[in-house]
Design a protein around this ligand. Structure first.
Ligand code: ZN
Length: 247
């Protein structure tokens, strides 16, 4: 597949119109999961999307905005301004090579800046389209099919299942008891996650299985690809009139 492991000649010959990059987070995921769980899911989806479209896959950006988890050692956080500068540089590099579509796949729900950034990027560069795929959006409906009372928590059922499927060697046992503090997620804007869930996980890791991880990833990828196809078709259709005022 076309990726950062290809040669420049292969990239030149492929004349790919699009590129895909993941962004994860290096942040605590309880006492049973590694810090890079969000990179795993972002990388899986980014790779799958690039393969499906035959687009250029870039290495996943491991760091995200994780200030709410800084109470736990090992967590790294970037200012959103740093990441906005980073993605603008990525977009400009691609544009220089004639690549006009960029898909950003976020494995971390806390990368809130992506929504506003992509909107700004799309209207600052009329010859480029940036589309954000947030993995949670695609995992949640699948989780609802698999589990009663499905809820996307942190280091709970779905993330434990994904890590158990992709990297079982990195999952520590025993899996901790479920911990579902009765706060809204908005509390993460106000206090450190360590005050809300002392062990770091929030949810139901006991319900996870590697099989659920596989189903989440595979079906999540299918619906993300479907969504992208429909959006790309719609963008083409709406640009048919070539009216530059309406980009
Ligand atoms: Zn996570």
């Amino acid at each position: 597949m076309l990726s950062f492991e290809s040669t420049w000649k292969e990239i030149e010959d492929a004349k790919s119109e699009g590129a895909v990059i993941g962004i994860g987070a290096i942040e605590q995921h309880g006492i049973h999961l590694p810090l890079n769980v969000d990179c795993m899911s972002a990388d899986y989806l980014a790779r799958g999307i690039a393969k499906e479209f035959g687009w250029y896959l870039l290495p996943t950006m491991p760091y995200g905005c994780s200030s709410e988890h800084m109470g736990f050692p090992g967590t790294m956080t970037m200012r959103s301004a740093t990441l906005i500068a980073f993605f603008n540089d990525i977009a400009d590099s691609l544009r220089y090579h004639g690549i006009s579509k960029l898909v950003i796949v976020s494995g971390h729900g806390g990368n809130w800046f992506l929504k506003m950034m992509s909107r700004e990027m799309n209207f600052q560069r009329k010859d480029m389209k940036v589309i954000v795929i947030n993995t949670d959006r695609w995992f949640y409906p699948v989780l609802q099919q698999l589990t009663k009372d499905a809820s996307l928590h942190h280091a709970g059922e779905h993330e434990t299942a994904i890590a158990e499927f992709l990297h079982p060697e990195l999952v520590k046992s025993p899996i901790p008891d479920d911990d579902n503090p009765d706060y809204g997620f908005d509390m993460l804007d106000l206090v450190q996650s360590r005050r809300l869930a002392a062990g770091g996980h929030w949810g139901f890791p006991s319900k996870s299985t590697p099989e659920k991880g596989r189903i989440l990833l595979e079906r999540g990828l299918e619906s993300a690809v479907e969504y992208l196809r429909s959006r790309l078709q719609l963008i083409d259709k709406l640009h048919m009139d070539n009216d530059s005022k309406n980009d």
